[in-house]
Design a protein. Structure first.
Length: 71
């Protein structure tokens, strides 16, 4: 059994004046490449980064990130 974390970052960026990946990266103090990887589900952020991203959109972590158990 494995787990996968998905997210709504791309949708939230679009809903927030079409925020760019770079703008979000700057706001949460990570690289744009990190945001790209998180959005694509290739990388799970640390708790600190997850909270920073959620707060940037005035959402809870659970409204931004979704844990799905597979198998």
């Amino acid at each position: 059994m494995s787990a996968h974390i998905t997210n709504a970052i791309r949708k939230l960026r679009f809903e927030h004046n079409e925020m760019t990946q770079q703008q979000l990266a700057d706001a949460v103090d990570v690289s744009r490449q990190t945001i790209v990887a998180i959005e694509k589900g290739k990388y799970s952020p640390s708790l600190e980064v997850a909270f920073k991203i959620a707060r940037q959109f005035d959402k809870s972590v659970e409204e931004v990130f979704f844990w799905q158990q597979q198998g």
